[in-house]
Design a binder for this molecule. Structure first.
Ligand code: C2E
Ligand code: MG
Ligand code: MG
Ligand code: MG
Length: 271
């Protein structure tokens, strides 16, 4: 009996594994097709001043308009994209649309997310600047968001790339700060204009949050202030969080309280 049940369980397990494998294969085939069809669009989420709510920029967020499944979020396909190496092609399709949007004019910056994979290709900066040139986009209105991994992975190359971008007016912000191996000793060597404090710390700041979060936010703000760089709090969802961050000296925020990601850039930026 027990043996039989065991066998059944194995059979079931096999079946589930097979399904998962087939599904991810399907999705990979879908992703390849979507690249050919250019089925990706940027959504834009405002980044605002925490004191008066003034929009200073937008983050461009990747969305996949899947032919059957509707609008997909990065969580549903980004790791597949990273593992298959397809993310780079997807990103370039997105960057071009974002740069076209920037070229239409307006105020404030638009930041794009850069997968650490891109830092392995030596022509990343030139290619990005080339797209700006092609569309006549003001490079000072484009920013890149990189993660701490990129600083560690191939530091000399990342440094070169960020320097090239900065020389041409493209500033860099450090995304999800505090979740990686925050290489504090490295930080001052890189031309980073802002730290984006990861959402998990902001979520933990309230009374029912994790007690260390507030201390960590305070420490990150002190560090940024020492280095003379801006701070953007991610995932600001409540007015209590907004007020607390402001009180602690954080100037900028992004989150559902301040504005949701949307298919279009709101009034302030469009020409
Ligand atoms: P991220 O760069 O940290 O982007 C912020 C994420 O937080 C976005 O999720 C945004 O919708 C979400 N968010 C913003 N405000 C709030 C809030 O108040 N509460 C909560 N719970 N969430 C909030 P999204 O668009 O699903 O993107 C997830 C991640 O996917 C991004 O995290 C980024 O790492 C990656 N990603 C997004 N766009 C691109 C892209 O074009 N290329 C690459 N390589 N990765 C991208
Ligand atoms: Mg980002
Ligand atoms: Mg982020
Ligand atoms: Mg994040």
């Amino acid at each position: 009996r027990a043996k039989e049940e065991g066998r059944d369980r194995y059979a079931m397990f096999d079946e589930e594994m097979r399904e998962a494998a087939v599904q991810s294969l399907d999705l990979e085939a879908d992703l390849r097709r979507a690249i050919n069809h250019r089925d990706f669009v940027p959504y834009f989420q405002p980044i605002t001043r925490l004191d008066d709510g003034q929009v200073v920029g937008y983050e461009a967020l990747l969305r996949w308009q899947h032919e059957r499944r509707g609008l997909l979020l990065p969580a549903e396909f980004i790791s597949l994209g990273e593992n298959s190496g397809l993310i780079e092609q997807v990103d370039w399709l997105l960057y071009e649309q974002v740069i076209e949007q920037v070229a239409r004019g307006g105020e404030g910056y638009v930041s794009v997310n850069v997968s650490p994979r891109h830092f392995r290709s030596p022509d990343f900066a030139d290619r990005l600047l080339g797209l700006c040139d092609k569309h006549g986009a003001d490079t000072t209105r484009l920013r890149v968001e990189i993660t701490e991994v990129a600083l560690l992975d191939d530091a000399p190359r990342t440094l070169r790339m960020l320097r090239t971008l900065r020389q041409h007016g493209v500033l860099a912000q450090l995304d999800d700060f505090g979740t990686g191996f925050s290489a504090l000793s490295y930080l001052h060597r890189f031309p980073i204009s802002a730290l984006k404090i990861d959402r998990s710390f902001i979520a933990g700041m309230g009374e029912d949050g994790r007690p260390e979060s507030l201390a960590l936010v305070r420490a990150i703000l002190a560090l940024a202030s020492t280095l003379g760089i801006d701070t953007i709090a991610e995932g600001v969802e409540t007015d209590e969080q907004r007020a607390a961050l402001l009180e602690l000296g954080c100037r900028f925020g992004q989150g559902y309280l301040l504005g949701r990601p949307a298919a279009r850039i709101g009034g302030l930026v469009t020409a």
